[in-house]
Design a binder for this molecule. Structure first.
Ligand SMILES: [Zn+2]
Length: 86
């Protein structure tokens, strides 16, 4: 069985296509980019949302940042990396 969070990543893949998914979600996720809690990074937050992960609620601010990151990924591809907090 696929974990809900991983299922959420497949929904991101559906939206972005393989290239943008790899650059905007796959690489930051794999190398644990960003600061703070792993699952609070914007590329992980929308995976939780789409996977309907119940055990890890996210604040409105982080949810908004997650959707914003996803939309910017669609438009800008890897240039979205410039929006990541280091
Ligand atoms: Zn993830």
């Amino acid at each position: 069985m696929t974990r809900p969070h991983e299922y959420g990543h497949t929904k991101q893949l559906d939206q972005l296509g393989i290239m943008k998914y790899t650059f905007c979600i796959g690489i930051p996720s794999l190398f644990d980019w960003g600061t703070g809690d792993y699952y609070s990074n914007p590329w992980e937050v929308t995976a939780d949302i789409y996977g309907e992960v119940q055990s890890r609620p996210h604040s409105e601010e982080f949810v908004a940042a997650g959707y914003e990151y996803l939309e910017k990924s669609k438009v800008f591809g890897p240039l979205v990396w410039s929006t990541i907090d280091w």
